[in-house]
Each structure stands twice: as structure tokens, then as C-alpha cells.
Design a protein around this ligand. Sequence first.
Ligand SMILES: Cc1ncc(COP(=O)(O)O)c(C=O)c1O
Length: 465
Amino acid sequence: MNSSVLKTASLDQEKPGAPIVLPSTHNLLAVDGGKPVIPQGFILHSRWPRIEPEDVEALTAILKAGLLTEMSGRGLIQQFESDIALYFGSRYAMGTNSGTAALHCALAGIGVEAGDEVIVPALSYIACAAAVLQQHAIPIFADVDPYTYNVAAETIEPKITPRTKAIMVVHLHGLPADMDSIIAMASRYGVPVLEDFSQAAGAAYNGRSVGGIGAVGAASLMAGKNLPSLGEGGILITNVREVRNRAASLKCFGEAIGENGRYSLIHETEGWNYRINVLSAAMVSRQLFRLDKYNDTRIASAAKIGSVLAELQGFSAPVALQNSRHVYHMYRFRFDPEKGGWPISADQARLALQQIFLAEGLPLVEFQNVPLPGHALLQRKQGHPWSCHQRNDISYSIADYPGSLDAIRHSLVVGYPAQAPLANPELVDGYVEAFLKLKQNFRRFIRIASSLPSAPPWTSPARLF
Ligand SMILES: Cc1ncc(COP(=O)(O)O)c(C=O)c1O
């Protein structure tokens, strides 16, 4: 990357109708034969997670000691769980082998049973709906706000029925949802709130860590997350002993949990094996102490990209609320041709942006092209729980989620893989440079977009990224 590009790039977005000033060859878009920001044939990948030599040393010591299961490595698991509880300010923490498992345990922990309804955001990862189905409960979707990408009290409340037994709130991409109003509304109905903070470890709402605000929190510790394990992993946090104990029982073959919180070796109910790998847990303990520092890097990266977007009419940076700490697990920016006065559709703009940035060696991705209710799992509604509980009245139509559709149509996520670019300042500099090139070649962008089809993303089968 050549830093002189940044200095010589004109900061004037071309106005429609203004005479075309051809940029220097150096600033020509790569789709037009210019020099790509990232050298041709090379896509700059994020370096994540950061594994330091001391991490390797500590993990090797565990390997050599042969402490590999929750039974033999009990001390390490306890250490990991108390590190988590301390950081998130919760009384109990429980490791699992994935975020989906943690969500499943959390649902069982707060008393969700077969046939109950659980409210889930319409825009999230499929695991949120899958965990509800694993508990033989029925997902009911609430729409998200097209600017924050999060559910809100106003979108959740109309979905509450006498069968609603839990509300799952996802702090999508690292921005905390508005928990005060959600919890106030949920408590009027006596429904517990489960926070999925998979994408928001270290984010805060009114000074409190997200995940620890509702009745129970669950998160993925998959290696791409802000708080990464050695591969797969999950965590559940709560202040309520019964919630923890019911979750712990489901995690481990339905074993009864004694008064002291210990396993009894007596298997009383249906359960799974959701135990975490000790190496994964130990890795999380190590990463936890660097989480705030890494999140600060992401916040600084977001400010850098945000300042370029602020110069581009029609683009907007992710919403960051005054009372919260957004930790930018993903950086999802919006573009609104209507607001920018561009004579193209949002679908054309999205495709053109993807083509232009890909040619620069810097992908932009969708995260999800269809809201969850449109995914095959929900469309087919095969088997339980709908048929077992005579719930043929429930059908899922994406048209019922205009906020999610608006978000999907008008936004893109920086980077591939999308979870880590903001933790990599060198990658962020590349995106900044590419946005500056876009600005300088704005009329070209409009022309490229005009030749592209206007098909909404959800006309293709549901996919991730
Ligand atoms: C919001 C959200 N919830 C749940 C999950 C599932 O976690 P896991 O892959 O660890 O099962 C993920 C990501 O993978 C996620 O992003």
C-alpha cells in the first residue's frame, strides 16, 4: 500500500453533472485497470486470533501435563469460569463446547420447555433459532431496527403471547441492544431475557458488561469472536443459582446437580455432552486479559473508517450510542442511494461496491442475505416442534420483517472473514484507502452500478457471507 495515495487523493465527492476529471492512473479503480490497494491476486486476510509465544508456552504445558478433559483439568476449567465471572460481573459462569450449546443450556436454565415460544431476532446467525429448536421450543421472530441492526422493545412486544417463555436479545455485531427498555417491557410480562453476547464480548451498556444484564447470558467463544478460544467454545453467565444448575444438568447428560452445585453422577433427565475442551478454556482465560485492549483497537479502527464514510454522501457508519461501548465484531456500514441522490437502486449499489472493493483486494460481504425466518430450516418446518404441538398456525414470511430486509438491502460488512478486520489496523488502512478511491471515482461507481441488475439479496438461497 502506498501512503502517498492518501495524501494525493482528492477529497471531493464528484457531484452528478460535474465535468469528469480523470484520476491519475494511480487512483484509477482497480476494476478499471488501476493499481489495486492490495496487490493483484492477493486478498489481505485478517490475523486473528492473536496467539502470542506465551500463549503457546502455557498451552503446551497443559498438553504435556495431559489435562485435557473437564474431569482431569477441573482446576483449569474452574479458573476459566471464575475469570469469566469476574470480568462479566456475574455470580456464575459455565463453559460449554460452543455458543449454540450455551444458548441451549441458557434456554433450559430459564425454564423453557417443549412447545414454548421464544422470541428471537429476525436478523442474526442461524444458531439462535437452532438452539430454540434443540429445546423443542418454537422460535417466533422479532424484527430489527434497520440502523442499529438490533431488536428493540417496540419490535419484541407485539410478538409476546401467553406462550412466550423467553426473549433472546442478540447484541449484533458488537452494538449493545437497548436493554433498559427491553427489560422494563419484558418484566411487565414476566418473561426472562436471554442475552446472546457472542458478537459483543467486552461491550457495555450504561457501564455494565452486556451478557450480564438479563436473566442469563450466552456467548460463542469460537476462534473468530472478539473473545476467542482455541477453536470452538461457549460460555453461559447468570446470577441465579437455579438457572446455572438447570443449565449445568443439560450440559452434562442430564445429571442431577446437588445443593452445592456439584454433579451427582445420577442421570435424571435428558441431557447432552456440551463440555468444553480444556485447551480452549485456557486460551480464553489468556485472551480475556487482552480483550479490552483488542476492543480498543477495533474502536479506533471504526473511527478511522467512519471519518471517511462521513465524507461520502449517502454512506453511514454503524450507529454508536452514547450510553454504550460498541466493540465492532463486524463493521456493517449503510448506503442509501435515496439519501445520497444517486440515480441507482440499493441493489445495484451493493453489487457495484462488492465488485469494486473485491478488485481492490478488499472484500465486502453480506453476513446474511435472508432474515432467519426465510432460511430453509424455518421454511420447511419439518417435524417437531410445530407438528408435535399442533402449531400449524405458525408460518414464517420474510415480508413480515421490513427492518431486517432494509438492513440487508442497504448495508455491507467490511472484510472476509468479517469478524476480524477491525482488529487489524493495516487492513483498516486498506479499506480507508479504498473508500477514498471510491470517493474520487464516484461517477464511475454510479456508472458501473447502473449496468448491474436490481435483484434483492433474498432472491438467492439463504447463505452466510
Ligand atoms: C450471534 C451468534 N449467536 C450464536 C452463535 C453460535 O456460536 P457457535 O458457532 O459457537 O455455536 C454465533 C456464531 O457463531 C453468533 O454470531
